[in-house]
Write a protein that binds this ligand. Structure first.
Ligand code: G3P
Ligand code: MG
Length: 245
């Protein structure tokens, strides 16, 4: 399958609050054609973009995402005040639905990471893929659905068998090719820290494109691209695109 060379991580996390509409726009402004983002469910089962199990780090409020309704979560300020101060005041935790509408209007593609709260592995995939099915048209770029959780990937396969799935791992170990195959994955998404050239070659020999995260250092980006990695997922997509150009 076709994947872009650069993917903005959580939008474009260094220069705009992660997993917000401002972050998706910022990735577009930096020239990225795709973004990665994380999806969890609110208490009332609505897929929203957020990485952590609590809102504490990225908003001006405190609390567990799974204990907050969409109405409650939509009121808080997700402009990452601890990082950006008042610069992005008014940013919200967006629903998956409104995020896809924005990406569609920008002509962008996406890697949706299913990031379930414990025990919600299957529900999170089912709800997220129901949104994708109703709000992402057939002619738009085909997204990749990734997860660290096997149960989420299995549920994604049931809910949207035609959409490619990505095998996410901090480190590729054991029979990772077999595990990716068993889950019917189309792509491999390793962390950059432990990745080796031989693993990129191994993935390619089995027909898997390799999408590496989170590559924010120019020299490392050049090295990993030199190994043949297909895609670099970065907090600074513009800078990394310039580095490997
Ligand atoms: O999908 C790549 C990367 O986002 C996985 O790690 O913790 O940043 O969601 P994390
Ligand atoms: Mg992620």
């Amino acid at each position: 399958m076709q994947v872009p060379t650069i993917i903005g991580h959580r939008g474009a996390r260094t220069n705009a609050p992660e997993n917000t509409l401002a972050g998706l726009r910022r990735a577009h402004e930096e020239g990225a054609t795709w973004v990665e983002f994380d999806v969890k469910l609110t208490r009332d089962g609505v897929p929203v973009l957020i990485h952590d199990e609590t809102v504490d780090r990225t908003t001006d409020a405190r609390g567990a995402v799974r204990e907050m309704t969409l109405a409650e979560i939509s009121r808080i300020d997700a402009g990452c005040p601890a990082v950006f101060g008042d610069r992005f005041r008014g940013a919200r935790i967006p629903t998956l639905e409104e995020s896809l509408a924005l990406l569609l209007s920008l002509g962008m593609g996406f890697n949706l990471e299913v990031k379930p709260c414990p025990g919600l592995e299957r529900e999170t995939s089912h709800a997220a893929l129901a949104v994708v099915a109703r709000s992402w048209p057939a002619g738009a770029p085909v997204p990749v659905i990734s997860s660290f959780k096997a149960a989420s990937l299995e549920a994604a396969r049931e809910a949207a068998p035609a959409l490619p799935r990505g095998y996410l791992a901090e480190r590729l170990e054991g029979d990772w090719i077999g595990a990716a195959r068993a889950l019917g994955c189309a792509t491999i998404h390793p962390g950059f820290r432990h990745l080796e050239r031989a693993q990129v070659e191994e993935a390619h020999s089995h027909g898997f494109p390799v999408l590496v995260w989170t590559v924010n250092d120019a020299a490392r980006a050049v090295e990993i691209r030199g190994w043949g990695a297909d895609s670099l997922i970065s907090d600074v997509p513009g800078a990394i695109a310039a580095a490997i150009a």
